[in-house]
Write a protein that binds this ligand. Structure first.
Ligand code: CMC
Length: 432
C-alpha cells in the first residue's frame, strides 16, 4: 500500500502521499495542500523542502556520502578525469572511448573565445572581482553565440554545453592575464582540459610554464569534487532562473553570482583570508575559536559547517589528502596549512563545534591547494565555478526536459500592514 501522512488542518483531516527516493529518503508531497486546506508551508532557507525529484546526485549528510549518478565521489576523484565526470553528470552514464573522444574533440573545437570579448575584459575597472566579471561575461556569451534557435534541440544543447564548459576555462584564464596586463595565452589542442587551463593561466613568453603531473592531478580532483552538490544555493539559483525558460547562459550566470557569496563558494577565499589574518596576528587560533562561539560576534569560522553534512564532509577528507600530497611533491612549506591543522584540531575537540556538528567543509583546505598551484586568492571562487559548471548544466537540463516542469513561484506569509489609506504628502506624520 502506498504510504501517506495524515494532516489535521483546522477541522479537516487530509492524507498526503509520501514519495520514496531511490535511497529510501521520504518526502511528503504537499502539492495539493493549499488547494485542499488553504494552508501553505513555511520553511525559511528551504532546509526541509525538496524542490524537485532529481536523478543526478545523492548525498547523505549524516553518513557523509556523496555520489554522482550513483558513483561515489571518492572513486571519481581517484580514477576519473574532470571531462569524463562532466560527461557522466550531464549524460547520466560514463562515456565509451568513442563518446569521450567525441566530447573532448568538441571541447577542443569550442575552446577559443570570440576576439571581441577581450575588449570587454580590458574595460572592467582594475579592482573588479573576477566572479562579477565571469558572471557578466557568461551572460554576454548569448550575444556572441546567438545561433541556439537555428539548430535542432539536441545539437544545440551539445554545442552549447561544450561551448560553456570549454570557454569558461579560456575566459577565466583570459581575465586573469588581462587583469595583470599580460599577453593572453591561447588554448592548445595537444593539452588536456586541466593542463590547458594551467598553461593558459601561468605560461608567459619569458617564463614558459612547466606542466607538472602533480599539479594537473590536484586540479583534476579539485574540479571533480566540486562538480555537483545537488540543490545547493547556486544550483537552486540556476534551476530557479532557468525555470523562467531563459537561455542556459543566463541561468549559469545567475549560478555564478550566487556562488560568489562567502557563505557558499566564496568561502574558499574567505578561509585563506581568515588564515592569513590569524598568521598576521601572531598565529594563535584560540581567540578565533572563541569569537566563532560568541553569539554577539558575527564572526564564523570559515570553512566549517554545512547545511546538509552533519559529519565530516567527504570532499574535505579527499581535499585534505590532496593538499598534503601536493605540498610534499612541490616541496612547499605553507604556514597557513599549519594554522589550518591547528584550527581543525582545536575545533574538533571543542564542545561548541561538537554539539553543533560543525566539521571542516570542502573549502577549508581547498584554498591552500589553489594557493600551492599558484592561483591568486581572488581567483579561488572562479575555480569553484569552473568545477560546478557540469552540475549546473545537468540540473538545468533535468528541469528543462521535465514534463511536469513549472516556473518557480513560491508563496509567502505576509506580515506587513493590513489595508490602510494613502495619505497625501502634506498630511503625513512620521507613522504614515
Ligand atoms: N562557525 C561558528 N558557528 C557556526 C558556523 C561556523 N562556521 N556555522 C554554523 N554555526 C552555528 C550557528 O551560529 C548556529 O548556532 P546556534 O544554533 O547556536 O544559533 C548553528 O551553527 C547553525 O547555523 P546555521 O547558520 O543555522 O546553519 P546553516 O545550515 O544555515 O548554515 C553554513 C550553513 C555553511 C552557511 C554555515 O555553517 C556557515 O556559515 N559556515 C561558514 C561558511 C562556509 O564555510 N561556507 C561553505 C559551505 S561548503 C561549500 C558549499 O557547498 O557552498
Amino acid at each position: 500500500m502506498n504510504e501517506t501522512i495524515k494532516l489535521i488542518a483546522g477541522d479537516m483531516e487530509i492524507e498526503l502521499p509520501v514519495i520514496t527516493g531511490a535511497e529510501n529518503e521520504k518526502a511528503v508531497d504537499i502539492s495539493s495542500l493549499r488547494q485542499l486546506t488553504g494552508y501553505v508551508t513555511l520553511d525559511p532557507g528551504l532546509g526541509n523542502t525538496a524542490t524537485c525529484l532529481s536523478d543526478i546526485t545523492f548525498m547523505d549528510g549524516e553518513k557523509g556520502i556523496l555520489r554522482y549518478r550513483g558513483i561515489p565521489v571518492e572513486q571519481l576523484a581517484k580514477q576519473s578525469s574532470f571531462v569524463e565526470t562532466a560527461y557522466l553528470l550531464i549524460n547520466g552514464k560514463l562515456p565509451s572511448h568513442q563518446e569521450l573522444t567525441q566530447f573532448s574533440v568538441l571541447l577542443n573545437d569550442q575552446s577559443l573565445v570570440h576576439e571581441d570579448m577581450q575588449k570587454f575584459y580590458g574595460n572592467f575597472p582594475p579592482r573588479s572581482h573576477p566572479m562579477g566579471i565571469l558572471s557578466a561575461m557568461v551572460n554576454a556569451l548569448r550575444s556572441f553565440y546567438p545561433e541556439l534557435e537555428n539548430m535542432t534541440r539536441q545539437d544545440a544543447l551539445d554545442m552549447v554545453v561544450a561551448r560553456l564548459i570549454s570557454k569558461i576555462r579560456t575566459m577565466a584564464a583570459m581575465s586573469y592575464k588581462i587583469s595583470r596586463g599580460h599577453k593572453v595565452i591561447y588554448p592548445r589542442p595537444d593539452l588536456d582540459y586541466c593542463s590547458n587551463f594551467l598553461n593558459m593561466m601561468f605560461d608567459n613568453p619569458v617564463k614558459p610554464y612547466e606542466i607538472r603531473k602533480e599539479c594537473v592531478d590536484a586540479l583534476n580532483a579539485f574540479w571533480i569534487l566540486h562538480a555537483d552538490h545537488e540543490q545547493n544555493c547556486s544550483t537552486s539559483a540556476v534551476r530557479l532562473v532557468g525555470s523562467a525558460r531563459v537561455n542556459l547562459y543566463a541561468a549559469i550566470s545567475a549560478g555564478i553570482a550566487a556562488l560568489w557569496g562567502p557563505l557558499h563558494g566564496g568561502a574558499n577565499q574567505a578561509v585563506v583570508e581568515m588564515l592569513e589574518n590569524i598568521r598576521d596576528n601572531g598565529g594563535n587560533v584560540k581567540p578565533y575559536i572563541e569569537r566563532a562561539k560568541d553569539k554577539n560576534d558575527p564572526f564564523r569560522l570559515m570553512g566549517f559547517g554545512h547545511r546538509v553534512y552533519k559529519s565530516y564532509d567527504p570532499r574535505a577528507k579527499i581535499i585534505k589528502q590532496i593538499c598534503d600530497n601536493l605540498l610534499e611533491a612541490l616541496e612547499l612549506d605553507d604556514s597557513l596549512l599549519d594554522i589550518a591543522r591547528q584550527l581543525e584540531e582545536v575545533a574538533l575537540n571543542d564542545d561548541y563545534f561538537i554539539d553543533h556538528h560543525l566539521y571542516p567543509n570542502v573549502d577549508f583546505y581547498s584554498g591552500i591547494v589553489l594557493r600551492s598551484l599558484g592561483f591568486p586568492t581572488n581567483m579561488f571562487t572562479v575555480m569553484f565555478a569552473i568545477g560546478r559548471l557540469p552540475g549546473w548544466i545537468s540540473h538545468w537540463m533535468e528541469d528543462s526536459t521535465d514534463p511536469k516542469w513549472k516556473i518557480y513561484r513560491p508563496r509567502q506569509v505576509y506580515t506587513g500592514p493590513t489595508i490602510r489609506d494613502y495619505v497625501p504628502i502634506n498630511k503625513r506624520d512620521s507613522e504614515s
